[in-house]
Design a protein around this ligand. Structure first.
Ligand code: GLY
Ligand code: MN
Ligand code: MN
Length: 444
C-alpha cells in the first residue's frame, strides 16, 4: 500500500464515506437528522479550572479539530454537512482557529460567537433528530431528540473497527510521532534516569503534552512493571545498583487517532534480558499470524500456549504448556487480553459486536474477559501485546492452588524485582495478512 506524502489528501474520501455511514445509521434508528457534538469544557468541582478538553470521538471521526469545544456537525439527508464552530471573543484564552481549507471545503461552515447561537443551525423541529456525543452539551437544547440512541450508536461502533485510508494514515502518523519519544525514553533509562525523567524524555521526544496523549503513559521501573496500568511517576533518582528493568507503554495522537506502543528493557545483559528476547520472538510470531478470518480469541489462545512454552523453558513452571493453559497457570502470568481494536480511542469500541445492531459476541469459556472477540478483517487495526508479569496477589493465588507444586518458587521470587514484560505493536490487517505499523519505525 502506498502512503501519500500528505495524509490530508485522503480526507475528502473519508468524509464521503462518513456521510454514507452516518446516513445509514440515522436511517436504521428512524432519524432524519443527526447532531454530533464536539463536547464542552468540564470544570473541577466548585472551581474555575477545567479538565483537559478531549473532543468527542464521533466528532473527531468527522473532523480533525481537537481544540474546538462547543462545536457540532449537523447532518440532514440531502444536504451538505454543516460544521458549526464556536469562536468566542475571549481575551483570557486563545480562541480556536478556523480549519484549513481542505477541511472547511467539506462543510457548510458556520461560525458562532456565543454557545447559545447554535440554536440557529440545528435541524428544524419537524425533523426526527438524534444527538451524538456528551449529553451535557445539549442541556436545554433539542429536548425531543434522543441522546446517543443505541440503534444509531451500535451501527457506528460496529463500523468503526474497519478503518478508512485516512484513519490508517492518522494511526501511522501517530506512530511516527511516538517513535522519537520511545527512543529518548530508552536513552534516558540507559543513562540511569528515574520514572519522572524518563516520562519527560518521552514527552520531549514526541513533542506532545500529557493531555494530548491518547492514554496516560505507563513508565514503570522494576517491580512497578507488575502493575498493568501503573500510573505514578516516581521522582526519586534510582541508584544504578537498584535499576533492573523498564516497561514503557506510551502512545501519541495524530488528528484524533491513537497509537499504543510498549517496550520492555533490561538494565543489564542478564537472564531477564534473555527472557525479553524470547518474549519478543513470541510477540513477532503472533504479529505474523494476524490474517483476515482468524478469530482474535484464537490468537489469544496461541499467545497463552507460547507463554506456557516460555514458562517451561525458563524453568518457572514444570508442566506441559497446554496443561498450564487449561489449569489457568498462564493466566496468572498474563492476566490481560492479547490486544484490542485501536483508532479514535486507544481501546476502540465495537470489539464485542457481531453486527451493526450490536448483537453481543460471547467470549470463549476459557477466556471469559476478552475485550476483542471479532474475527480479524482487512482494515482493522489491532494491538498485539503479550506479556509476562510477577504480580504478588495472583502469585499468592497460584501458591494456594492445586498447581503450586509445579512452580519453581525460588526462581519466581528471584525474578519479582523485574516486575514484568510487555511488548506491544499496532498491526493493520491487510487483504492477505498483516502489516506491523510500529515495529519498522522503532527498529526493535
Ligand atoms: N496502553 C494500554 C494498553 O496497552 O492497552
Ligand atoms: Mn494496548
Ligand atoms: Mn499499551
Amino acid at each position: 500500500m502506498s502512503h501519500p506524502a500528505d495524509p490530508l489528501a485522503l480526507y475528502p474520501a473519508h468524509v464521503a464515506a462518513m456521510s454514507h455511514r452516518y446516513a445509514q445509521a440515522a436511517a436504521r434508528g428512524g432519524f432524519d437528522a443527526l447532531v454530533i457534538g464536539s463536547g464542552i469544557l468540564r470544570y473541577h468541582f466548585q472551581d474555575d479550572q477545567a479538565y483537559p478538553y478531549v473532543a468527542d470521538p464521533c466528532f473527531r471521526q468527522w473532523a480533525p479539530l481537537l481544540k474546538h469545544p462547543g462545536a457540532a456537525i449537523v447532518l440532514e439527508a440531502g444536504r451538505q454537512p454543516i460544521l458549526v464552530l464556536l469562536q468566542p471573543e475571549d481575551y483570557w484564552h486563545q480562541p480556536p482557529d478556523l480549519p484549513p481549507e481542505v477541511i472547511a471545503a467539506r462543510f457548510d461552515l458556520r461560525i458562532i460567537r456565543n454557545p447559545a447561537d447554535i440554536t440557529h443551525h440545528l435541524p428544524r423541529p419537524a425533523l426526527r433528530t438524534a444527538v451524538l456525543g456528551m449529553p451535557e452539551q445539549w442541556d436545554g437544547l433539542l429536548p425531543a431528540a434522543p441522546r446517543n440512541p443505541h440503534a444509531v450508536v451500535a451501527g457506528l461502533h460496529y463500523a468503526r473497527a474497519v478503518k478508512t485510508p485516512w484513519e490508517i494514515a492518522c494511526i501511522r502518523a501517530a506512530a511516527v510521532i511516538a517513535t522519537p519519544g520511545h527512543q529518548a525514553a530508552l536513552a534516558a533509562f540507559r543513562a540511569g534516569a528515574g520514572e519522572f525523567d524518563i516520562l519527560a524524555a518521552f514527552l520531549g521526544g514526541c513533542r506532545q503534552t500529557e493531555p494530548e496523549l491518547p492514554y496516560g503513559a505507563i513508565v514503570a521501573l522494576n517491580e512497578h512493571a507488575a502493575t498493568l496500568h501503573y500510573q505514578h511517576r516516581d521522582r526519586t533518582a534510582p541508584r544504578p545498583h537498584d535499576l533492573h528493568s523498564l516497561l514503557i507503554d506510551a502512545g501519541c495522537s495524530s488528528c484524533g487517532y491513537a497509537c499504543d506502543i510498549t517496550r520492555s528493557y533490561a538494565f543489564r545483559d542478564d537472564e531477564f534480558a534473555g527472557m525479553i528476547a524470547d518474549m519478543d520472538r513470541l510477540q513477532q510470531a503472533l504479529c505474523a499470524a494476524v490474517r483476515p478470518g482468524l478469530p482474535f480469541a484464537e490468537l489469544h489462545r496461541q499467545a497463552h500456549l507460547g507463554l506456557g512454552d516460555l514458562l517451561a523453558r525458563w524453568d518457572l513452571v514444570r508442566m506441559e504448556p497446554a496443561a498450564m493453559v487449561t489449569a489457568g497457570v498462564t493466566a496468572i502470568f498474563l492476566p490481560h487480553g492479547l490486544g484490542h481494536l485501536l483508532g479514535l480511542q486507544v481501546h476502540d469500541v465495537g470489539g464485542h459486536m457481531a453486527d451493526e445492531s450490536g448483537t453481543a459476541l460471547q467470549p470463549p469459556a476459557d477466556f471469559p474477559r476478552l475485550r476483542f472477540l471479532r474475527p480479524l478483517e482487512p482494515g482493522q487495526v489491532v494491538t498485539i501485546e503479550p506479556g509476562v508479569y510477577f504480580i504478588g496477589s495472583l502469585l499468592a493465588r497460584l501458591r494456594a492452588g492445586p498447581a503450586s507444586g509445579a512452580v519453581n518458587w525460588d526462581r519466581v521470587e528471584r525474578l519479582r524485582k523485574f516486575g514484568g514484560i510487555r511488548i506491544e505493536d499496532d498491526v493493520l490487517v491487510t487483504d492477505s495478512g498483516a502489516e506491523n505499523l510500529t515495529r519498522p519505525l522503532l527498529g526493535h
